[in-house]
Design a protein around this ligand. Sequence first.
Ligand SMILES: C[S@@+](CC[C@H](N)C(=O)[O-])C[C@H]1O[C@@H](n2cnc3c(N)ncnc32)[C@H](O)[C@@H]1O
Length: 241
Amino acid sequence: MKPHPLLEQHYRRPEEKPEFVKELFDHGASHYDPVVKWGFFGSGDFYRGWAQRRHGLKPGMQVLDVACGTGLVAAAAAKILGSAETITCVDPSDGMLEVARKKVAARFIKSGGESMPLPNDAFDFLTLGYALRHFGDIEVAFREFHRVLKPGGKVLIMEVTKPSDRFRSFLFRVYFRRIYPFFTRLFTRSREAEKMMVYFWETMDACVPPETVLAALRSAGFREVTRVPLLGLFSEYVAVK
Ligand SMILES: C[S@@+](CC[C@H](N)C(=O)[O-])C[C@H]1O[C@@H](n2cnc3c(N)ncnc32)[C@H](O)[C@@H]1O
């Protein structure tokens, strides 16, 4: 199950997507934290911690943060756990990993989330923050998440979801398609950072609806699959192995 149709303005064939996405984040990495901070009005660090706490993250747990990026989810988890010793972070982008390594003393592995060099039944809690849209196939990724989680282990997927009603969908489009990329370019003076945020919008706009994500989780073998919507904008998908 593809998270969105092929975006032909960026890649002509599905096989070209991973390289495009990797380059996008490699080049945008140094701008990611500040851009995300002001774009979400400084709420990101608090929210990433709050979501993990509400869904049961506790000290002593083995945590896997897939698509760790610059380490924002892992850094919030480390505060809850009391240290980053039991956190493993996975991401294919060298640029994003370089920033993350300076931020949090976790174990880092350069890899895509669809096939990870990790043993079966190893983790209590798996997080995926704002990266669902970057996979080639979400069902393949979810099967891999299921494999590495211990029985009873939990997956928490955080995403931004396009509102379904017309008015909020219009505001969403104006902000993420126009205002956010414009100010990103203005503040960073980086064409690459602007491109990263335009792509952010394009993938959100084209993303499959929440029901499809829930169905893919079930089909990958998860149970107790639910979605917690927040402010009509954020989605937390939670499921248990
Ligand atoms: C928008 S960033 C999110 C970073 C972080 N999770 C956060 O909450 O800020 C998306 C990340 O997904 C990573 N990514 C892209 N394709 C991936 C894949 N196939 N498997 C794992 N991570 C991937 C990118 O390199 C990037 O670091």
